[in-house]
Design a binder for this molecule. Structure first.
Ligand SMILES: [Zn+2]
Length: 79
């Protein structure tokens, strides 16, 4: 997926992105550090579940400023 050039799309700073990741890891939810509103989650499917190689990705999107954080969710255990 090509991304638009930097500057056209608002981005978090590294420290803000880290805070979002940590909040999400700890609470299962995160608020936008800039707006203070709850960020929306979207799961991004890898499409490889049938192969037993399920790498889950989450995308947190702020509905207010539209900044987003994309990260991998590592799941070491399964039932
Ligand atoms: Zn925001």
């Amino acid at each position: 997926m090509p991304e638009p050039p930097t500057g056209e799309r608002a981005q978090f700073e590294a420290a803000e992105e880290k805070a979002v990741r940590e909040a999400y890891a700890a609470q299962g939810a995160a608020d936008c550090p800039r707006c203070g509103v709850r960020m929306r989650e979207r799961a991004i499917g890898g499409g490889s579940f049938g192969l037993g190689y399920a790498r889950k990705r989450e995308w947190l999107l702020c509905p207010s400023c539209h900044r987003s954080v994309l990260f991998d969710v590592k799941r070491g255990t399964r039932n």
